[in-house]
Write a protein of this length. Sequence first.
Length: 195
Amino acid sequence: MPLDVVAASIAAPGADSNPSQPLAVLNEGIQRLGLLLAAASSFDEVKEVVAGAEALRTFAKAIGAALAVQNDAAEIKIRGERRMGAELAKLPKNKGGRPSKKTGNASLPVSPKLDEIGVAPMQAHRWQTMARLTDDQFEAHVAGVKARGAELTSAGVHRLVVEGEAPAEWPDLSEPIAGTYRCPKCRHEWTGKPR
């Protein structure tokens, strides 16, 4: 598998490696995963790419790589999660429960249970929720997060779907937000940007 090659090159870069090599290997691994995700034709292949992207994101964070590199790995992971969510949404729901004594037509395909494909129910729900986001909304979110220099996360994409649409323009948070605020408990008032 090509994903094993990516993992092996990161795990053991070699004795003659210099400090910049892990970053070069990381960038190459991210590019390979992007290509693997585009070429993936099955749920299991996409799931493997998502696992690899998360491993690269974690590795990038551990070696102190730039946030842009971490976000590149996270973007591949999130794109894969959205793709798996879309695939899961297309599957017929498994009826579950105890089978009847008369099974009827045995040639009908039975949809797999989530645990049979190695997916937790909550994770499947989150992926399907993320898949409901349109491509334009997702691209706007990714561009907005990268422009702000923030961390791109699956939770952020999920929150975007749950809370509503992506804004057309991201607010400039470098300037204080004008307004008066009041503590609901002690009624103390102050103005400016809340903490």
